[in-house]
Design a protein around this ligand. Structure first.
Ligand SMILES: Cc1cc2nc3c(=O)[nH]c(=O)nc-3n(C[C@H](O)[C@H](O)[C@H](O)COP(=O)(O)O)c2cc1C
Length: 332
């Protein structure tokens, strides 16, 4: 039986507002001369986020560690190994991957770009990347000599990392540290910083691809969600990109500029149509397979009858493998 609400009483809604925490940003530097600006970047982000840093061996040639914020923890390959002694000890690259809400690699060297694209992981930085949960945002700001930048490998590697959902903060043209003029210089730290803090993008007010939504989600989660939910999500294996998710196309123009476009999304109706076609195809395949099976079995029976009374080993009945002609079964 339903009881009527007592008149004149107001229902009080008590909102539990968990103590917000700052977003956790993992900043990383690789071996480009632009690593001289890494200290500056660390200071910018430390103003509003919890920051930890990772540096490759080569980047340490350029980073002035005295320029880093005093309370910043800088991790190198040394820590990866010194923090581990025996089975059961925590593994630094996994801990960092769990800890971070967002990752920013600035500068990104040609070498580390190639390693990410190829899935290689032979140092702390590339191990974090290789273990990364791509539902969390990752930004990269490449920096290299203009000849390296215009090398065909760069485009190939950029296409691959885009597939993973990594966002590119494109380099700029200027007089490079080596004396050459051209594209390949890392975007200014202020530009990198504003890419992440752009309020409109964070709030999702403008129409942006999924990656931007992920950033807003990550920031929101960082402020309110508990560790538990996040850890639960992290324990699930992540697929890099699902059907229907917007894809970003990275193109280089004749002038060497990087152009980004959002590719058309697969709409729900397109997706349904695709599914129906796949199902029909599967049905056809099954029917064809059944016919072949019957033919093969009839032939086998025939052979057996012919061979009656002879001391020859009977042929094997047709197996699934021998029944199939050439069409491979589609994986569902
Ligand atoms: C003085 C100097 C400057 C360099 N500058 C760059 C650079 O701006 N970008 C780049 O991709 N590689 C640059 N390199 C080459 C990288 O340091 C080298 O490929 C290194 O292996 C990168 O390692 P990492 O990706 O593990 O940090 C430079 C090398 C030297 C010696």
């Amino acid at each position: 039986m339903a009881y009527p609400e007592p008149q004149g009483t107001e229902r009080e809604i008590v909102q539990v507002n968990p103590t917000p925490r700052k977003p956790r940003i993992l900043l990383a530097a690789s071996g480009s001369v632009a690593s001289v600006k890494f200290g500056n970047l660390c200071h910018c982000f430390s103003e509003w986020a919890e920051v930890k840093a990772v540096a490759t061996k080569a980047s340490l040639h350029f980073i002035d560690t005295a320029s880093l914020p005093k309370d910043l923890k800088l991790y190198t390959d040394e820590e990866e190994w010194s923090s581990w002694g025996k089975i059961g000890d925590s593994v630094l690259h996994i801990d960092l991957r769990r800890w971070a809400d967002i990752m920013v690699i600035a500068p990104l060297s040609a070498n580390t770009l190639g390693k990410i694209a190829g899935g290689l992981c032979d140092n702390l930085l590339t191990c974090v990347i290789r273990a990364w949960d791509y539902t969390k945002p990752m930004f990269v700001a490449p920096a290299m000599n203009t000849f390296m930048w215009s090398n065909p490998f760069t485009e190939k590697h950029l296409m691959t990392i885009d597939e993973l959902g990594i966002s590119l903060i494109p380099p700029v043209s200027k007089l490079l540290a080596c004396g050459d003029y051209g594209n390949g210089a890392m975007a200014e730290p202020s530009q990198i910083h504003s890419t992440l803090t752009d309020k409109e993008r964070l709030m999702g007010k403008t129409k942006k691809p999924q990656k931007t939504k992920q950033l807003s989600v990550a920031i929101a989660e960082a402020s309110s969600a508990g560790e538990e939910a996040q850890q639960q999500q992290q324990s699930q294996p992540q697929t890099p990109r699902k059907r229907g998710r917007p894809r970003k196309i990275v193109e280089r123009t004749d002038s060497g500029e990087i152009k980004e476009e959002e590719a058309a999304e697969v709409t729900e109706s397109q997706s349904k149509k695709l599914k129906t076609t796949e199902e029909q195809q599967q049905k056809d395949d099954d029917e064809e397979e059944e016919e072949q099976k019957q033919e093969a079995e009839a032939a086998w029976m025939g052979d057996m009858k012919k061979g009656e009374g002879q001391s020859v080993a009977p042929k094997e009945p047709p197996t699934r493998r021998t029944r199939r002609k050439s069409k491979p079964r589609k994986s569902s």
